[in-house]
Design a protein around this ligand. Structure first.
Ligand code: XMP
Length: 516
């Protein structure tokens, strides 16, 4: 295992993902982890992430200086390198010129860390400070036009630093450098494979659950579906999936999901019809946060009463993923106060987010995985591509795509428009190119139109198509005009209550992907 000490960089998770791509397991942990604690974790390598601070800020986060003496190889990235330099007696200063974006690496010593990294490779830089003088024992491996120390090493102590970000895709030789670090410098073995994970997960589930019964809230998304497959493989019919139909899913989706799981996969699914309860719970509500909270609360109420009715169950399976585990850890650091920061934009609701105080013991077999790893696991245990590749769909469903009060009639309008979007996205081969493509109904807006010689006064539909890596940032997609034309024509002609279609050309940030 390689651990990443997180100093608050937006890229810390990405470093972990890149390392795992080399089939070496990695975890993100707090920068406050002491050398003693690290010894217990026994990693083969340590990476210090970047971060928003300057090493000479009063409250700049520091790592335990004993880390340098553990005999474990360390790679400092950006802030991590500057910290290494400063703590070991070198000098870091404010750079004459801050460097953001691409830079060409000029290699001074192509040894170990930089093997197979070509002279002139493009690497991604993002720093305002710069290392001015190296600590004793260090030598220069590479520089750039603006940065005299772009890569450094103390080979004796196996301490390395890079000013650039090898983890981002724009860094051309970045993966080669990471491979050099994990394989040649840390001597890791490529043991983190999907097959090994599945085997171990099944063993662990069996050992934990024994002959007891497990309940899983199924949504049809890739996480809960993969979880269902994994558990079914481990404990067969002692798994019961509960699917709560809130009434906010897309056209024909609930039926399709239940048929797939029951008839095709032979997994026990209890279908709970709760449409009326949910729509009543948000009757008259227009505020997005109130809507989200009421749906979340209703979900818990339904889940609790239904699990009593169907149970008893000993365990609850949750689709907690690794990013949820990291987020609850002590990671995001305010450079001014040294405190953890998290700004809540939306209250997320999904079936993995049931509160911990339900009277169940938990099984969370996906806790170690990133989303792309869940997809690989799902695929390897037979989950069909239509679920593996499914575009994300928010827990509160269409309710947060109706801007205004949610009513049965408005849901029907949106469902019909959404179906047309999905059909045309598929026809044009856009499904896998887009992170998401969907319709939003502006239910409180009416505009004037003309159809046949008649005046119309009806709602607009917003078409939202975005591309994204992880949903954290997103670009509005430059979809073909022809696609826009067909979707617009079809929606206006086929969906009663809609007389106008607009295309959302806002990226995230500053917009969010969903409208509520
Ligand atoms: P935003 O709108 O915050 O969405 O840019 C980012 C991604 O998250 C999805 N999303 C949700 N997923 N429960 C979920 O499971 C939710 O409450 C929820 N809200 C947003 C959204 O579809 C996008 O992919």
């Amino acid at each position: 295992m390689v651990v990443i000490l997180d100093f608050g960089s937006q890229y810390s998770e990405l470093i972990a993902r890149r390392i795992r791509e080399t089939q070496v397991y990695s975890e993100v942990i707090s920068y406050r982890t002491t050398a003693e604690q690290l010894k217990l974790l026994n990693p083969k390598g340590i990476i210090l992430s970047g971060g928003p601070s300057s090493v000479y800020d009063d409250r700049a986060p520091q790592c335990d200086p004993e880390i340098w003496n553990l005999g474990i190889p360390v790679l400092g990235v950006c802030y991590g390198m500057q910290l290494m330099v400063q703590q070991l007696g070198g000098e870091v200063i404010k750079a004459k010129k801050a460097e953001y974006g691409k830079a060409e690496i000029l290699i001074d010593d192509p040894i170990d860390l930089l093997t197979n990294v070509e002279e002139g490779s493009i690497m991604w830089m993002s720093h305002g400070d710069s290392c001015e003088r190296l600590p004793t024992g260090f030598e220069l491996l590479a520089h750039t036009e603006n940065t005299p120390c772009a890569a450094i090493a103390d080979h004796q102590r196996k301490l390395y630093g890079v000013q650039f970000h090898p983890e981002v895709v724009h860094s051309v030789g970045g993966l080669a450098l990471i491979r050099n670090f994990v394989y040649h410098i840390c001597a890791c073995q490529p043991t983190w494979t999907t097959e090994a994970f599945v085997e171990e997960a099944i063993r662990n589930i069996r050992a934990r659950v024994g002959d007891k019964k497990v309940l899983l809230a199924l949504s049809g998304g890739v996480d809960s579906s993969t979880l269902a497959f994994l558990l079914h493989r481990a404990i067969g019919d002692r798994l019961t999936c509960m699917f709560i139909d809130q009434g906010f899913m897309r056209k024909l989706e609930p039926e399709r999901l239940v048929t797939l799981f029951k008839d095709q996969f032979h997994i026990k699914v209890e279908y709970v019809m709760a449409r009326e309860r949910f729509i009543n719970a948000i009757a008259g509500v227009t505020d997005p946060e109130v809507k989200r909270k009421r749906i979340g609360a209703e979900f818990i109420r339904v889940f609790e009463s239904e699990s009593k009715r169907l149970g008893p169950f000993d365990y609850l399976a949750q689709g907690t993923l690794y990013p949820d585990v990291i987020e609850s850890a002590d990671t995001n650091v305010d450079p001014q106060t040294g405190e953890r920061v998290a700004v809540k934009i939306k209250s997320h609701h999904n079936v993995g987010g049931l509160p911990k105080d339900l009277q169940f013991k938990l099984v969370e077999p996906l806790r170690k995985l990133f989303k792309d790893e869940v997809r690989k696991v799902g695929r390897s245990i037979g989950l069909p591509e239509e679920i593996v590749q499914r575009q994300p769909f928010p827990g509160p469903g269409l309710a947060i795509r109706i801007i205004g009060e949610v009513t049965a009639e408005r849901l029907n309008i949106l469902r019909d428009a959404d179906l047309i979007v999905r059909q045309e996205v598929n026809k044009q081969g856009l499904y896998h190119k887009l992170w998401q493509a969907f319709a939003v109904l502006l239910a409180d807006v009416n505009s004037v139109g003309v159809m046949g010689d008649q005046r119309t006064y009806a709602h607009p539909i917003v078409l939202r198509c975005v591309s994204s890596e992880d949903g954290m940032t997103a670009d509005w997609s430059k979809v073909p005009y022809e696609f826009l034309e067909i979707v617009s024509n079809r929606i206006v002609n086929e969906v009663k209550g809609v007389n106008r279609v607009v295309y959302d050309i806002t990226s995230k940030p500053p917009g969010t992907i969903e409208w509520e």
